[in-house]
Design a protein around this ligand. Structure first.
Ligand code: ADP
Ligand code: MG
Length: 265
């Protein structure tokens, strides 16, 4: 199978005043296969968000190449969905209007837009809230709107940057299960960033561990737990524990280094 996203020797530096440039990512090479759910874990500041912004075309690598569907990324990718920790809902628009935005930007007619938006609002469990405003919703509900807002325009690739990390554990597990259900029925390539290893394993086909800054790919682990999965139950699978232990051994060293650096910063 041909990868849908490739990174080849990607380095990203940020210029600093009167200091040598800061190397955020160093020589990252990665292949992401289509329709896979891939998570990236690593200590805070290791370059996870930077990696996503390069894949999305929002930022350019200093050296190296990134391609999507075999084409070099040189501009913002319109066919990718993004879901961030902070949702990007417009507070003055209703749930329905927020979900409709993506299709309106893409010039779809209003009837098609309305129907698809209503369908996705229902699919994410928000029937009855079409005319509510974001401030009237809980954090979990706003995440559901963000999901609908992305899925409605059917992007083949979705980039998610710690999307659920601000939610309480129960809401988060519900969202994770819903995300997996939707993904199972509607296969997309997902790159999911998280600092939570349990979340990464329970959702993914593959977990990539990054080193502390400068971010490099330390290791990649295939996750061969059976699907469909329930994120809460899969954690009791004895194989889950074995996978967790193996990856944590890798990740722990990076977390410790990062923590020590932060003490001496
Ligand atoms: P993560 O998402 O893994 O926590 P980031 O990708 O946000 O890490 O950041 C990686 C490193 O690059 C951090 O040290 C951060 O301060 C630095 N960085 C990120 N964006 C910029 C920028 N635009 N200018 C300067 N430094 C940046
Ligand atoms: Mg980040």
């Amino acid at each position: 199978m041909q990868p849908i996203i490739t990174l080849r020797n990607v380095t990203k530096q940020f210029e600093r005043n009167a200091l040598p440039p800061f190397v955020a990512l160093q020589n990252i090479t990665l292949d992401i296969l289509p329709e896979k759910f891939v998570s990236i874990v690593g200590p805070s500041g290791c370059g996870k968000s930077t990696t996503l912004s390069l894949v999305s075309g929002l930022a350019q690598p200093t050296t190296g190449e990134i391609s999507v569907n075999g084409k070099a990324v040189s501009d913002v990718q319109r066919n990718m969905g993004f879901i961030f920790q902070r949702d990007a809902l417009l507070p003055w628009k209703t749930v329905l209007q927020n979900v409709e935005l993506g299709l309106r930007f893409r010039g779809r007619n209003s009837r098609e837009t309305r129907e698809a938006s209503e369908r996705w609002i229902k699919r994410v469990g928000l029937s009855g809230f079409e005319r509510s405003y974001p401030y009237q919703l809980s954090g979990g509900m706003r995440k559901r709107v963000a999901l609908a807002q992305t899925l409605v325009y059917d992007p083949p690739i979705i980039l998610m940057d710690e999307p659920f990390s601000a939610l309480d554990v129960q809401t988060r597990n519900l969202m994770e299960n819903d995300l997996l259900d939707i993904w199972q029925q509607n296969r997309k390539t997902v790159i999911f960033i998280t600092h939570d290893l349990e979340e990464a394993i329970s959702l993914s086909d593959e977990v990539i561990v990054m080193t502390t800054a400068p971010g490099r790919v330390k290791s990649c682990y295939p996750i061969d737990l059976p699907r469909p999965r329930n994120v809460t139950e899969v954690r009791f699978d004895p194989h889950f524990g074995a996978i967790y232990e193996k990856i944590w051994n890798d990740l722990r060293d990076e977390v410790v280094i990062s923590y020590q650096k932060s003490l001496h910063a």
